[in-house]
Design a protein around this ligand. Sequence first.
Ligand code: MN3
Length: 233
Amino acid sequence: MNKNIGRWTIGTLILGLASLAWAQEGDLSPALNFEPLPYAYDALEPYIDAQTLEIHYGRHHQAYFNNLVKAVAGTDFEGQPLETLFSKISQLPTAVRNHGGGHWNHAFYWKSMAPNAGGMPDGDLMAAIERDFGSLDEFKKQFEASATGQFGSGWAWLVAGDGGGLFIVSTPNQDNPLMDVVERRGTPLLNLDVWEHAYYLKYQNKRADFAGAFWTVVNWPEVAARFAAATQK
Ligand code: MN3
């Protein structure tokens, strides 16, 4: 075979495969994007061990995402933003609620944490926390109580209501405060996964220890940006 033709054929094949891979990702709704984890698996050590994070992101979150893609494929819901679906989730199939929530909640959770984070919020967010909970310590206490008190699997949330007032809720399974099935809806600012898969390898049954140590990795600048966006609506 002519060497140049050989090179050309291999080059075309590689380009073809690359564009095929791109097309498969690009064909998904923009709302359905499985984003890379924003840090390395060991980046949240010692709070979250690398093995837990790898399994949590690579298997649990990936499975919610894959199942969500299957659940909406070929339906009217395909291509609609998840936030729109959540606002009428009581009328949609359970698979969309469970896997849509599962995907959205985890994507939000990864960004709620950061390496070398923690510390304290400041500015308008801190002022709102002090206004609505009395102090940062009291807020933390109530948030941890919500995380610990959620029976079975679920999430704890800090939420901004319509008027910008802050409140704490917990939700079962993969529900979230954007869904029309929760008692009190609002804009999520911060969430903590209290499914056992989030902590069991390191903390076993000690969910309270896991919730208490959460503050060492909370990405307060991200929470503040969410709060600013929520109050500008
Ligand atoms: Mn989880």
